[in-house]
Design a protein around this ligand. Structure first.
Ligand code: ASP
Ligand code: CP
Length: 314
């Protein structure tokens, strides 16, 4: 598949294909020298118009482990500050010979716009509130491997996954819900009404504002960050009140099933949605999500640029 712009575009067969490839990349990452020549001579550019720690670094690590050349575009030191448009910026970088752009932007839809301006592959690293497909793929990979399930179309079947917090502004929630339900999971969305999107009832999920009624009976508790940078009005009257009802605190942690996975995409807001230290929890896999991000992003880059699609493979 040339582009990875959204989970619906990838489809369930694409998700399964990437999860299979990710298992192979996990094996590559365990080697004494975790590097393969799959993408020698291809250039991968990170084009991040929004801040990132883990997505950007793990994509760059993934590209290097596949032997691609990498370029990092830093908006804060670029000619964007002199008024250069998105289109001119992309066409300028593209003129240097680019195989793939990894793009993050505050505006939903930018990855689709970019693919009209360049022949390179476009990988969406987060567009507005819309999609964060590689986060969803690494989350599926994490849940599947932590629970010992083999890859397949129904590999999350029977699991109850609660996604808690600011669903309204979360591209992670949207992509995760699409991917988890495509693989057979039952998703429960939990948050205050003001932080749930009005269209939530059209999604294939259960909805509640009562975290305590579900917390003792889920296989995965997925906490979200309050995305204050995306709010232009006060959607929660008081952060303390929000934490009382929706944070993972000691009392709630004690009610989790012993085998319940606790997840968070990061960055975490300690003291807002996380009132416990994840390392004190029996089954927090938050750090595993980060490590798995490298293997999953290697799989995504290989799927887009590797052998079958490579012009240089012959
Ligand atoms: N890092 C994730 C994102 O960029 C989640 C978050 O920022 O809360 O969507
Ligand atoms: N989860 C995630 O996308 O993290 P960053 O914003 O740090 O990339």
């Amino acid at each position: 598949m040339k582009h990875l712009r959204s989970i619906p575009e990838l489809g369930v067969d694409g998700i399964v294909r990437i999860l299979n490839l990710a298992d192979h990349m996990v094996e590559v990452n365990r080697r004494p020298v975790p590097k393969v020549p799959a993408l020698v001579g291809r250039t991968v550019v990170s084009l991040f118009f929004e801040d990132s720690t883990r997505t950007r670094i793990s994509f760059e690590t993934a590209a290097k482990r596949l032997s691609a050349d990498t370029m990092t575009f830093s908006v804060s030191t670029s000619s964007v500050n002199k008024g250069e448009s998105l289109r001119d910026t992309v066409e300028t970088v593209d003129a240097m010979g680019v195989a793939a752009f990894i793009v993050r932007h505050k505006t939903s839809g930018v990855p689709w716009q970019l693919s009209e301006w360049t022949d390179a592959s476009i990988i969406n690293a987060g567009d507005g509130w819309h999609q964060h497909p590689t986060q969803a793929l690494l989350d599926c990979h994490t849940i599947r491997t932590e629970l010992g399930r083999s890859v397949g179309r129904e590999c999350l079947a029977g699991l109850r996954i609660a996604i808690v917090g600011d669903v309204r502004h979360s591209r992670v929630a949207r992509s995760d819900i699409q991917a988890f339900t495509a693989l057979g999971a039952h998703v429960i969305v939990v948050g205050p009404r003001t932080l749930l999107p009005p269209e939530v009832h059209t999604w294939p999920v259960a909805v509640t504002s009562d975290l305590d009624s579900v917390i003792g009976d889920v296989d995965v508790l997925y906490m979200l960050r309050m995305q204050r940078e995306r709010m232009n009005e006060a959607l929660v009257p008081d952060l303390g009140e929000y934490s009382n009802r929706f944070a993972l605190d000691r009392a709630r942690a004690s009610r989790l099933r012993a085998d319940c996975l606790v997840m968070h995409p990061g960055p975490m807001n300690r003291g807002v949605e996380m009132m416990v230290d994840p390392s004190d929890l029996a089954r927090s896999v938050i750090t595993r999500q980060v490590s798995n991000g490298v293997a999953v992003r290697m799989a995504v880059l290989f799927d887009a640029l590797g052998e079958a699609n490579s012009e240089v493979s012959s």
